[in-house]
Design a protein around this ligand. Sequence first.
Ligand code: AMP
Ligand code: FE
Ligand code: FE
Ligand code: ZN
Length: 291
Amino acid sequence: MPAPDDRLIDLHVHTTASDGTLAPGECVALAARLGLAAIAITDHDTVAGNAPALARGAELGFEVVPGVEISTSYQGVAIHLLGYYPAAEAAGLEALLAEVREGRRERNPRILGKLAELGCPVDAEEVAQEAGGEVVGRPHIAAVMIRRGYVASLQEAFDRYLARGAPAYVERRKASPAEAIATLRGAGAVPVLAHPAASGFRDPRQAEPMVGAFVDLGLRGIEAHYTGHTQADVALYSRLARTYGLVVTGGSDFHGETKPEIQMGRGLGSMRVPAHLLSLLKHEHRRLAAG
Ligand code: AMP
Ligand code: FE
Ligand code: FE
Ligand code: ZN
């Protein structure tokens, strides 16, 4: 049995409640099997996976951190914000998440309309079945496109059709970072900037003003360790976290078979998120709760 602090954690995991392919309980069981010290559930725009994951964690004696990942738009760029330990009954958070999910539901038929015009008809009912939950998004459309033989992979579906700038792309309503951060704080959650380098902010001259602006809005952490982050990215965002007194977090963005190359706890193989970072996150959560 290794000392607890030698173990790894993964604070960014998607389940079937959003666009992952493992159920919340299955994610927890996998994490326990892998010997991780803890995982956080961070589904897109829903907290529905938290309760079943926490229940499974209690059964297995495995630590589960409840969380959420909110899609926002900042200067026209998609920026994701993670929130850790949202209160289970936070009405303001649930209202914001419902609004974001509604934005997706309004957009999806328009994407399917464009796909049909492009010679790739996709049935809305099949997409809803693929999603199986309240979050229905482009990865689910992509999965049906693969099954229909229009594309060979999720990446091809995005590159040729679904990504911003591709012919079937349709913009959807998104929250602002200010709204997301304030709402997370109102729900008692610790707001953390998700994978900033992977979102395109790799240049310190752009990263620093963004982090500074978000700190003014109430941001309390940065996901410096991430599957798509280079050592330089990790160093940049660890430095910015120190400068602004933020906690450093990290996670793989595990999605199961939606993104089969990503391993829980390891990303593409080299990501390592040490367990002691969770103590700092919990400390920050308690600090915010104490006011
Ligand atoms: P949606 O919520 O419907 O806008 O879809 C967003 C999800 O699609 C993200 O969570 C990613 O998992 C995935 N995604 C977005 N852009 C890309 C891309 N360019 N390549 C692959 N996956 C993407
Ligand atoms: Fe996703
Ligand atoms: Fe994300
Ligand atoms: Zn994610």
